[in-house]
Design a protein. Structure first.
Length: 311
């Protein structure tokens, strides 16, 4: 039976597109049952979309066959749009991965710049080539200079958007980057095409990003319901309650944001919450020690106490 035609990603996307983890069994093989439970968990906690095979999804550790399995399994079970990360060193690989993802029912794809780009002209030219090879596939520009090393100014973003109409979203993950959101929205107010802006960095700046004009989040955190709640409250104009909710989770968000350790922390908590069966980070990866797990338990206990005061 053919798949139903997916709803394609466009400039109106809002809410929380959770960056999904990739669950593994203790021996490092894919945990397919946990893929199912994870999708259900994210949707139950308020995700309006899912993004798979991103940097925090350990995409670089998967074989092509495993990536295909993850795409098939998630799209088959998700009731929300699914965006697939297709970043690769070569354009041919990006095109092949994107076509495969869209054939399976993805809503769109996400592309990050390669670290070899150095000048504004190189960045603009690269994404124009990406748009050309993707054809009519809607795509997300992933702007994550802390990892890619590629600095994309608001002006360069605007040139890419203007010359690439199939780019419908910016995954804003610059840090500090709040002024970039303000600049981009000012350009739109002056007549430029409006794009969706969903933000990353584990939700650390979500409240301020929403104030600056972001449409929501495209990132991961072990408590996605926090991001969904903050976005909902901010869109309803209730900044005070949004701040209270955000503040209740902030200590754990801060702890999870540690470089090289954050994914292990996130998977530990996702397993603790029953979203996945095992906290395995595929090798090479970090394993939490007893000190870290004790710190996590303390932070969760204090978080639960703060949330009880809000209810």
């Amino acid at each position: 039976m053919p798949r139903p035609k997916p709803v394609l990603l466009d400039e109106t996307a809002t809410g929380v597109f959770t960056i999904a983890a990739t669950p593994f069994l203790p021996d490092g093989t894919l945990d397919l049952d946990s893929l199912d439970s994870m999708v259900a968990f994210y949707e139950e906690k308020g995700a309006t979309g899912l993004t798979i095979l991103g940097m925090m999804g350990e995409a670089g550790k998967l074989s092509d066959k495993e990536s295909s399995i993850v795409i098939d399994r998630v799209i088959a079970r998700a009731t929300v749009p699914v965006v697939v990360g297709v970043s690769a060193p070569g354009l041919a690989a990006i095109k092949a991965m994107a076509n495969a993802a869209m054939d399976r029912g993805a809503a769109g794809v996400m592309v990050a710049p390669p670290a070899t780009l150095r000048t504004d002209d190189q960045i603009i030219g690269y994404f124009q080539m990406v748009a050309d090879v993707l054809g009519d596939v809607p795509w997300v520009l992933q702007d994550f200079p802390l990892v890619t090393g590629v600095q994309i100014s608001a002006r360069v973003c605007r040139e890419i958007f203007d010359s690439c109409p199939t780019c419908v979203m910016l995954k804003h993950e610059d840090w500090p980057g709040l002024e970039k959101i303000t600049a981009l929205r000012a350009m739109e107010a002056a007549g430029a095409r409006r794009l969706s802006i969903l933000c990353g960095n584990g939700g650390m700046f979500l409240l301020e990003e929403m104030i600056r004009g972001a449409d929501g989040a495209m990132t991961g955190f072990a408590y996605p319901e926090m991001m969904a709640g903050v976005v909902r409250l901010m869109r309803a104009g209730d900044e005070a309650r949004a701040r209270d909710l955000f503040d209740a989770y902030l200590p754990l968000m801060r702890y999870e944001s540690q470089p090289n350790l954050g994914l292990a922390i996130r998977k530990h908590i996702l397993a603790r919450r029953g979203a996945i069966a095992h906290p395995t980070v595929r090798r090479p990866g970090t394993v939490l020690g007893p000190g870290a797990t004790a710190e996590i338990e303390t932070l969760i206990a204090r978080q639960e106490a703060r949330l009880a005061q809000l209810s």
